[in-house]
Design a protein around this ligand. Structure first.
Ligand code: NDP
Ligand code: OXD
Length: 316
């Protein structure tokens, strides 16, 4: 019996060098690196990060689109998408990175990292009041794959944890809230706000001044803190700066920005109470992600359903 040929892949990546993805995917399948492959009827799958708009709709036999990341806003930015399933990354390796980032930033705000860094620069020897973790509430806005894993790690560290999602989600030991009605009580009960939402039409710009103003102002840290590891266009940078100046926001850790890379003239760079990383909270490492992606294609060709599918109606 003849084994059917394995479907070919178009690799369409902008913003970074696709070579490592190419090398690993092409160990098992024929891979065409964009801009080659346009309109190629032999392409079955597209593996993408910020693909050129319109390119996917020109592939006549495309069967599925695979995002290189957990987020898929970069795919939906293309308004000519073909009607094929979109698979996103859900992987232990990526989840672990995000867990580490969230715990690192929460602990830094909790243990007064900014305060001690300033003191060190000035050779000052003075300890700050340190509340215990269980008096500090971390609120995770976006209680999905990444948010829920981060919640478990934060619970293990002893923090109080709140979660906010679109639909009803529950987790032992976590106070959960959902939807528009749940937002204010969630924010009012939060000292450290962690953003792990997807960027969609419903969430764009959601982290504005009014959200920051609703965070718990009389909590044990002397003011609320913000951590955004979701997407930059979820927040408004002018509102974050205003909230910092007004002291309704004590500190911020930002991994994502409205425009990336963050412009050199942004006042966020030099703000003493802002900690910046360059969209590096949980990087997609092909050494860990290419093999499961190829395995999904194999399973699909055996007639099994694709996993980790995105709902195009809601955009995540
Ligand atoms: P999931 O889809 O698993 O979770 C998304 C969560 O957000 C769900 O709880 C969902 O609610 C909630 N949500 C979505 N829309 C709304 C809304 N309108 N109102 C309230 N809640 C909403 O995604 P992941 O956890 O895997 O990833 C989250 C995001 O993290 C990605 O989309 C990406 O943007 C970002 N990311 C950033 C990285 C970085 O390096 N900085 C790396 C990886 C991801 P419900 O549970 O009800 O569906
Ligand atoms: C992702 C990212 O979405 O790295 O995975 O931002």
């Amino acid at each position: 019996m003849n084994t059917p040929a394995r479907g070919r892949i178009l690799l369409s990546i902008t913003g970074f060098n696709p070579q490592r993805w190419y090398d690993l995917l092409s160990k098992e399948r024929d891979v065409v690196l964009e801009p080659a492959g346009a309109e190629d009827p032999s392409i079955d799958y597209a593996v993408v990060w910020k693909q050129q708009p319109g390119i996917l709709s020109r592939l006549p036999n495309l069967k599925a689109i695979f995002s290189i990341g957990a987020g898929v806003d970069h795919i939906f930015a293309d308004d000519q998408l073909p009607d094929v399933p979109i698979v996103r990354v859900v992987a232990d390796n990526l989840t672990q990175y995000m867990c580490e980032y969230v715990c690192w930033r929460v602990l830094d705000h909790h243990r007064q990292g900014a305060y001690y860094r300033t003191q060190q620069a000035n050779k000052v020897w003075r300890d700050a009041h340190q509340p215990p973790a269980n008096e500090v509430s971390v609120g995770i806005m976006g209680f999905g794959e990444l948010g829920r894993h981060a919640a478990r790690a934060l619970l293990a560290l002893g923090f109080s944890v709140n979660g906010w999602s679109r639909g009803v989600r529950t987790m032992d030991g976590v106070s959960t809230f959902h939807g528009e009605d749940g937002l204010t009580p969630f924010l009012n009960a939060t000292d450290i706000l962690v953003i792990l939402l997807p960027l969609t039409a419903a969430t764009q710009g959601i982290v504005d001044h009014s959200v920051l103003a609703r965070l718990r102002q009389d909590g044990p840290l002397g003011g609320p803190c913000l951590i955004n590891a979701g997407r930059g266009r979820l927040h408004k940078e002018t509102d974050i700066l205003r909230a910092l100046e007004e002291r309704i926001l004590k500190e911020a850790s930002l991994d994502v920005f409205e425009r990336e890379p963050l412009a050199p003239e942004s006042p966020l760079w030099n703000h003493p109470r802002v900690f910046i990383t360059p969209h590096a909270a949980a990087v997609s490492d092909p050494a860990h992600l290419a093999a499961p992606m190829l395995a999904q294609m194999d399973a699909f060709e055996r007639g099994e359903p694709l996993g980790n599918l995105v709902d195009p109606e809601v955009g995540y």
